[in-house]
Ligand binder design. Structure first.
Ligand code: 5GP
Ligand code: MG
Length: 175
């Protein structure tokens, strides 16, 4: 079974709202966006474009690769592996917003924080996600969320990002 959570119009509207919140929370000066590959990367790019529309200036963007080396949450290992990063700007002193498609246990973000801090000391780090599916196992919470949903057992979010827009659906693996 599959249920649409966000269609392309809802994603676009939600990202526009969140871009406004990011701007409201400190403008774009000294701001940088870092997408978690691969799902967070295109979202960070879209947010940067929206911030250019809103504020007349786009923040620099980068990406981090975090591998959970797992197939599902049941076999999650405690420490995700940090892969290659692309951070083509000075992190020191910046307000960094991490961007990901789905937030679940929080382990990916914990690893991403480690990766960012290896580059220097940002002024602050915030978190923006498309879907917060609950189920946190660490004290990590998003500052900006397009949609929050509580998933039942056996459910997961499917995120599809294409040129003509992004979809998020709730997939029932038990059917
Ligand atoms: P966490 O580390 O918080 O448990 O999981 C977050 C990471 O795993 C994100 O990078 C996200 O892409 C992926 N992830 C976790 N749960 C889901 C899900 O239900 N759907 C999708 N598409 N990705 C998920
Ligand atoms: Mg991911």
């Amino acid at each position: 079974m599959s249920e649409v959570l966000l269609d392309p119009v809802a994603v676009a509207r939600g990202l526009r709202r969140v871009a406004g919140e990011i701007a409201e929370h400190g403008g774009v000066r000294d701001l940088a966006l870092i997408g978690i590959r691969r799902g967070g990367e295109p979202l960070a790019e879209r947010l940067a474009a929206l911030l250019r529309e809103l504020e007349g200036e786009a923040p620099p963007t980068g990406s981090i690769d975090i591998t959970l080396y797992r197939d599902d949450a049941a076999t999650a290992l405690p420490n995700p592996k940090i892969g290659p990063s692309r951070i083509p700007f000075e992190v020191r002193g910046k307000r960094v917003v991490l961007v990901d498609d789905v937030l679940y246990t929080g382990r990916t973000i914990r690893a991403a924080l480690d990766a960012v801090l290896d580059y220097g000391r940002p002024r602050r780090i915030e978190l923006c996600v498309l879907v917060d599916r609950g189920g946190r196992e660490l004290p990590i919470h998003p500052d900006y969320t397009v949609r929050r949903v509580e998933l039942g057992p056996g459910q997961r979010i499917e995120v599809t990002q294409k040129d003509d827009g992004a979809w998020a659906t709730i997939e029932d693996s038990s059917t």
